[in-house]
Design a protein around this ligand. Structure first.
Ligand SMILES: C[S@@+](CC[C@H](N)C(=O)[O-])C[C@H]1O[C@@H](n2cnc3c(N)ncnc32)[C@H](O)[C@@H]1O
Length: 213
C-alpha cells in the first residue's frame, strides 16, 4: 500500500493547492517558522534561473512550481523539462506552469527517458524524502547530467529535533524519510559527482554537486 504522502501526491485537490499553499508553508516548517530555509530557497532559485542557454531537467517536478521559474531565465535554445509520475501533478503543471521553454513528461525518477550526459543542470527538490527507494534516484540524476554540469537536491536531514524519541517513527509512518547527515553526499560521490557542497538549514539540506568534466 502506498504511504499517506504518496497518496497526497496523486490527489487532484492537493495538486491544485500545492504551489501556493502547501509548498510555502512546508518550506517555513523546515525552519520551524523561521526564514532560513525560505531565504536559501530564494537565493538558490535566483541562481538556478540565471540567464543562459542551458538544458535543465527538474526531476519530481510536482505542479512545475520550480520548472517554470528555472525556464524563465533561459535564453536561445534553452529548455527546462519537468518529470513526475503523478498525473494530477502533471495536469496542474500543464495548466499553470507550461511555457514555450517549460514542458512536462510523465516518468519515474528511477529511470528517466534520457541519454547519459544530457543536461547542464538536474534538480530534484522536495521529493527524495517521499520516494521509497531514493538512493538509486541520485545515481540517475548524476547519469543524465553532462560532464561539468550540476546536480541540485533539496531534501530532509537528521537533526537534533528529528532524533528526539518518536519523531522518526511518526514521520516514517506518513511516508516521509529523514536522511542521515552524510547519506546524500556520500551517494553523490559514489555516483561519480565531485565538489559536493551541503548546506543544512533547519530540518532540511541543500546539496549542490558537479559532475567532473
Ligand atoms: C513534494 S512534490 C515536489 C515538487 C517540487 N519539486 C517542489 O520542490 O515543490 C514531490 C513530487 O515527487 C513526485 N514523485 C514521487 N516519487 C516519484 C518518482 N518515483 N518518480 C517521479 N516523481 C515522483 C510526486 O508525484 C510529487 O509530485
Amino acid at each position: 500500500m502506498s504511504s499517506i504522502a504518496q497518496q497526497l501526491m496523486h490527489n487532484r485537490l492537493f495538486s491544485q493547492v500545492y504551489e501556493r499553499l502547501w509548498r510555502p508553508t512546508f518550506t517555513r516548517l523546515f525552519s520551524l517558522g523561521g526564514s532560513g530555509t525560505a531565504d536559501f530557497d530564494k537565493a538558490l532559485t535566483a541562481y538556478l534561473s540565471r540567464p543562459g542557454e542551458r538544458l535543465i531537467l527538474d526531476v519530481a517536478c510536482g505542479p512545475g512550481n520550480y520548472t517554470r521559474k528555472l525556464a524563465d531565465g533561459l535564453r536561445g535554445d534553452g529548455r527546462c523539462i519537468g518529470i513526475d509520475f503523478s498525473p494530477s501533478m502533471l495536469t496542474q503543471a500543464a495548466r499553470t506552469n507550461a511555457t514555450g521553454r517549460a514542458s512536462y513528461i510523465r516518468a519515474d525518477a528511477h529511470a528517466t527517458p534520457f541519454a547519459d550526459n544530457t543536461f547542464d543542470t538536474v534538480t530534484c527538490l522536495a521529493a527524495l524524502y517521499l520516494i521509497p527507494d531514493p538512493l538509486p534516484v541520485i545515481d540517475e540524476l548524476v547519469r543524465v547530467t553532462r560532464p561539468g554540469g550540476e546536480v541540485v537536491i533539496f531534501t530532509s536531514v537528521a537533526t537534533e529535533l528529528t532524533t528526539l524519541p518518536g519523531v522518526r517513527p511518526l514521520t516514517e509512518m506518513s511516508g516521509y524519510r529523514i536522511f542521515g547527515k552524510h547519506e546524500i553526499v556520500d551517494r553523490l560521490h559514489t555516483a561519480g559527482a565531485d565538489h559536493v557542497e551541503q548546506t543544512i538549514t533547519g530540518q532540511g539540506q541543500y546539496v549542490l554537486a558537479v559532475k567532473p568534466g
